[in-house]
Design a protein around this ligand. Structure first.
Ligand code: OSB
Ligand code: MG
Length: 368
């Protein structure tokens, strides 16, 4: 296939409710939708998941746009590509910028899957017909956290995740456990702790958490290995894992027992699948992380999470968890805690063109 033109849509939408971690609050989300169009007029869609500011990783919407338009699009426009895996070599000259690369790579996967008439999930090696879904509660008030859990129980979510930080950990978790002793529960610290907090983290051992996600430095691997020796709760790494190589080092050192895979953070679906395959071989459980994303990235995430090693419910919730109206049709729906993996070709969702136009703040077209 040959990509003869590419369209970038920068979109902006308010969240239904603010999403708060110790690093700040997200109440409005910008995102980049990439549309790649081949010579036959077939279209593939991808989504850039960097935030407007570099609070989670160093990339932003602006750096992604810069890298996509000035470096990545020129590398793929009008090039003969017979399989998306070739992008690994084609994009190799560009260092880092994983979210920018993932946006383009996932669009090419969708295009390729549509051309082949096959669901993306099956092309990636996915086997599940439906995937278990988890939801994240991110608010600074304990009362609000409890009421969000209560409200989300109706959709049957299979796993609940709460954000914690020093001073808002044992209090929050013990209160949730008092009301919901058997809730499948985990905590995400987004690097709020250091090794000197080991007693606080040890205190969480008695609440039967499925795991604690990224307690220490966002770029740390070695301290997590030391911490895991002192606590029973399994550590899951998020921010620290940018590649298969990071996953290998973390597993060899014993820094985690579980890995959160985000295709955006690792540079796309190919690297995400490689990490999945390696973890399966090493008997390390994985799950699909979320980025407060719109429907396109949600759809790619569903395809990824249909791979057999994704044994733990991920942060793939319904479109309505964050959005009044998503940009895909149908929207992602969670029923009895599960999301159906589409059987249609490509990502298996259509674009809600009216909604996409409504939320677009910038549109650019590239062709030779
Ligand atoms: O740490 O997993 C995280 C959202 C944005 C940035 C980082 C994280 C998150 C989440 C997932 O917790 C939220 C979601 O999309 O459901
Ligand atoms: Mg996390």
């Amino acid at each position: 296939m040959k990509i003869s033109s590419t369209i970038l849509h920068v979109i902006k939408m308010p969240l239904k409710a603010p999403f708060t971690t110790h690093l700040g609050t997200v109440s409005e989300r910008k995102g980049i939708i990439i549309e790649v169009i081949d010579e036959d007029g077939i279209r593939g869609f991808g989504e850039g998941v960097a935030f407007s500011s570099p609070w989670y990783t160093e990339e932003t919407v602006k750096t992604s746009l810069h890298v996509i338009e000035d470096f990545l699009i020129p590398l793929i426009l009008n090039k003969e590509i017979s399989h998306p895996e070739e992008l690994l070599n084609i994009l190799e000259p560009i260092r880092g910028n994983h979210m920018a690369k993932s946006a383009l790579e996932t669009a090419v996967w969708d295009l390729y899957a549509k051309r082949s008439g096959q669901p993306l999930s099956r092309l990636l090696g996915g086997t599940s017909e439906s995937i278990p879904s988890g939801v994240v509660v991110a608010t600074s008030s304990i009362a609000e956290a409890l009421s969000q859990i209560e409200n989300n129980l109706a959709e049957g979510y299979r796993r609940f995740k709460v954000k914690i930080q020093p001073g808002r950990d044992v209090e929050l978790i013990s209160e949730i456990r008092r009301q919901y002793p058997d809730l499948p529960l985990m905590a995400d610290a987004n690097s709020a702790y250091s090794l000197s907090d080991v007693d606080r983290l040890k205190a969480l051992d008695e609440y039967n958490l499925m795991m604690i996600e990224q307690p220490l430095g966002f770029d740390d691997i070695i301290d997590h290995a030391n911490l895991q020796k002192s606590i029973r709760t399994p550590i899951c790494l998020d921010e620290s894992i940018h590649s298969l190589e990071d996953a290998r080092v973390a597993i060899e050192l014993g820094s985690c027992k579980i890995i959160n895979i985000k295709m955006g953070r690792v540079g796309g679906l190919i690297e995400a699948k490689r990490i999945h395959d390696y973890c399966q071989e090493k008997e390390i459980e994985v799950w699909a992380g979320g980025m407060i994303e719109f429907g396109i990235s949600r759809a790619h995430n569903i395809a990824l999470a249909s791979l057999p090693g994704f044994t733990i419910p991920g942060d793939i919730s319904s479109s309505s968890r964050f959005w009044e109206e998503d940009i895909i049709l149908p929207e992602v729906i969670v029923e009895n805690g599960y999301i159906k993996v589409p059987k249609e070709a490509g990502i298996g969702f259509d674009i809600n063109q009216k909604r996409l136009r409504e939320v677009t703040v910038l549109k650019k077209i590239y062709k030779n």
